[in-house]
Design a protein around this ligand. Sequence first.
Ligand SMILES: [Zn+2]
Ligand SMILES: [Zn+2]
Length: 337
Amino acid sequence: MEQPMPVSPDTIKEPSKAPAADMSAFLPSAGRRLFLGCVILFAHLVPLYFAKWDVPFLDRLTDGLPSPPGQPEVRLGWHSVLGRFSKWQIAFFGSVLVHQVVYFVHCLPGFLYQFVPVIQDGWKIQGEKKETFALQWKCFKVLMFNQFIIQTPLIAGTYFFTEMFGIPYEYERLPKWYQLVAQVLGCAVIEDTWHYFLHSWLHSKGMYKLIHKMHHEFQAPFGMQAEYAHPLETLILGGGFFFGILVYCNHLVLLWVWVFFRLQETIEVHSGYDLPLYVNPFHLIPFYGGARFHDFHHMNFTGNYASTFTWWDELLGTDVQYKKYYATLQDKRKKAE
Ligand SMILES: [Zn+2]
Ligand SMILES: [Zn+2]
């Protein structure tokens, strides 16, 4: 594994800078910028159509297919939960449970990878920087504070949100499969845009020192560190999670499916491991950044501000250091062969 670009500790305290002259080769052409602008526009608009309306062509795809295995049991279980618990209990305790279980189940593989030398050698991005017990314990303590003291009141708001907007809980009113896919995609696109601009703002000099520096204490991130942040950062960047819900939510289940996807994604990009496609199918999603993209943000402290997709960074030229770094690595590999 090659050594990363040397980074001055002072870089931590500096806001992102305009690309230097030798970086201009990595900026997109005018045509590419136009294409990226169209992609961003369509990515924000297309999910709205599929999430809100019936699409006969997609309905016909699944009409006539046998029910998925386990569906009757799921329906019975869902009715039983609705009969035994109040809406408040389902929205609050159910959402806390979904968040905690999903978070730590997703963290588990990355946690175990540190004990597998073959994975360390093959997939670890910053191989020379190992997770230590002390670092992980420090992270865990902050995580518990953030999750139970900062996030729990926000999760309690789930119930009031569903009551205010008349969001249904019933099994019979579940969205269709393609509507749910479009809703999650739409939430991810909105969150990504929010994250890009607010995260860039958190890298301005004052905000970095005050709030965001805490998230950058780990130059080589690991999955559990995804929610390791200043409480104000949890509130500021967490806003992006809720805007998609405001636009798309038409059933309680979207909240849980969106939590599942968002946690899976943020833990993966913080994992520190560049997993191949057969382990991480997220790489099939066009413009998906992945672990290598966000790992570079932690290693370099600037650039690559988006959470999920690469389009904003490419369009606005904030990924030039990342592109140059990997282009240099590739050159070195070719020369070594
Ligand atoms: Zn940052
Ligand atoms: Zn991060």
